[in-house]
Design a protein around this ligand. Structure first.
Ligand SMILES: Cc1ncc(COP(=O)(O)O)c(C=O)c1O
Length: 405
């Protein structure tokens, strides 16, 4: 079946956060929404059918995930990532962020420290803070083109060698974003092996958020952190979902894979009661994993086309802006520091001059200032419209600069 990603589907009256809350969140209705990581594409037909078919049965009582769902997850992880897991390692959760809250509550006490690698997906900060823990930064290194992890700095945090404040025994977990949102890195085997070794050495549980694992640019390959070695597998909690790949976030269903018995027991204790997704989510997840391969192949090709258009446009017409080439995710991380704005001025420029609803870089924590994150999972016509709006705003900015205002 050929999927149509070109047609813009009307999402009014669906309470879409991306489209419906522009006035509330961005101060105006006429901004093109390219912020939250939600695609403007319909889910695969088989997924829609699975949800519809379940909805037709009028009783929506407590539901146990069917054994066919576990099978679908086990088969897909093996098929896509060569990861052989056991059914009992899987725990369902009501979303990845929800699962992160449970994991932090399971492995840390209030006041303990959790490492994040900024600039990074901002709900990580909320998960740490709202569980009473403290965020410790292991800043990504940026050479102007590409981001890498700072392993020396991370070792320093554990050993308490950092100048101030002294760290160490209270670090209980590190949240890894793999592939990384927003900088787009798909981490290499070596990088993951080094990170995994350091965490294991310091008894720091590695919380590996791999929600974007399927969304790779041509040539990129995702390595599941827990496949690197048995030692790393025993210290890693992996968060996955069909929600990014197949646009199912509103169904609030995802899963965690925990090979280590103790870590799994502690996680299950912290995951409150039935906080494990819902019957529509189970139906959608299973159908997506069983029947979604062709959709994913076509989706990746379409997203690659969007990225190509966006890259070439910036290069040819907007040399003041610099795209950090993503290896994974459908998100483009754009460096606009060349415009010389403060973060507040840049926000105003993007919303009110370019009329775009993007994610402000500063929201992703230190190192994000002066950047914007652009969601390219939309029909090409939206990318074209967005780049045109951006160009008009930049032309005006050039004019004002020339006349010294
Ligand atoms: C890295 C990352 N983790 C988690 C989420 C959200 O997952 P969920 O909706 O399942 O909580 C997102 C959504 O953008 C994300 O980018």
């Amino acid at each position: 079946m050929k999927y149509d990603f070109d047609t813009l589907v009307d999402r009014s009256n669906t309470s879409s956060s991306k489209w419906g809350y522009r006035k509330a969140l961005f101060g105006r209705d006429d901004v093109l929404p390219m912020w939250v990581a939600d695609m403007d594409f319909p889910a695969p037909a088989e997924v829609v059918e699975a949800v519809r078919s379940r909805a037709e049965h009028p009783i929506y009582g407590y539901t146990v995930p069917p054994s066919s769902l576990w099978k679908a997850i086990i088969e897909r992880l093996d098929r896509f990532y060569g990861w052989k897991i056991k059914e009992e390692w899987i725990c369902l959760t009501a979303g990845v962020v929800n699962g992160l809250y449970s994991a932090i509550s399971a492995y840390a006490r209030p006041g303990d420290e959790i490492v994040v690698q900024p600039p990074v997906y901002y709900p990580f900060y909320g998960a740490v803070k709202n569980t009473g823990c403290q965020t410790v930064y292991s800043h990504l290194k940026f050479d102007g083109e590409r981001y890498t992890m700072d392993f020396d700095g991370l070792e320093d945090l554990f050993r308490g060698r950092s100048t101030f404040p002294a760290r160490s025994p209270r670090i209980k977990a590190l949240i890894l974003c793999s592939p990384h949102n927003p900088v787009g890195r798909v981490w290499t085997r070596d990088e993951l092996a080094t990170l995994g070794r350091i965490c294991a050495e310091h008894e720091c549980v590695l919380l590996s958020d791999e929600i974007h694992c399927d969304l790779l640019t041509p040539g990129a390959r995702h390595i599941v952190t827990a496949t690197i070695s048995e030692e790393i597998a025993q210290n890693t909690v992996t968060f996955m979902s069909a929600s990014k790949t197949f646009n199912l976030a509103g169904l609030g269903t995802s899963f965690v894979v925990i090979p280590n018995d103790r870590l799994r027991r502690e996680f299950m204790r912290a995951r409150a009661g039935h906080n494990s997704g819902n019957l529509f989510g189970y139906a959608a997840l299973e159908a997506a994993f069983r029947y979604g391969d062709d959709y994913l192949t076509q989706l990746r090709a379409y997203l690659a086309g969007n990225l190509r258009y966006f890259t070439e446009f910036l290069k040819a017409r907007l040399p003041e802006l610099k795209l950090i080439r993503p290896e994974g995710t459908y998100l483009a991380w754009v460096d606009l520091r060349g415009l010389g704005f403060t973060p507040a001025e840049l926000q105003d420029f993007i919303r009110n001059k370019a009329r775009l609803a993007l994610d402000d870089g500063f929201a992703f924590g230190p190192g994000g200032e002066g950047f914007q994150r652009v969601n390219l999972a939309c029909p090409r016509s939206i990318v074209v419209e967005a780049t045109d709006r951006l160009e008009k705003a930049i032309i005006e900015w050039r004019g004002a600069k020339k006349h010294g205002s």
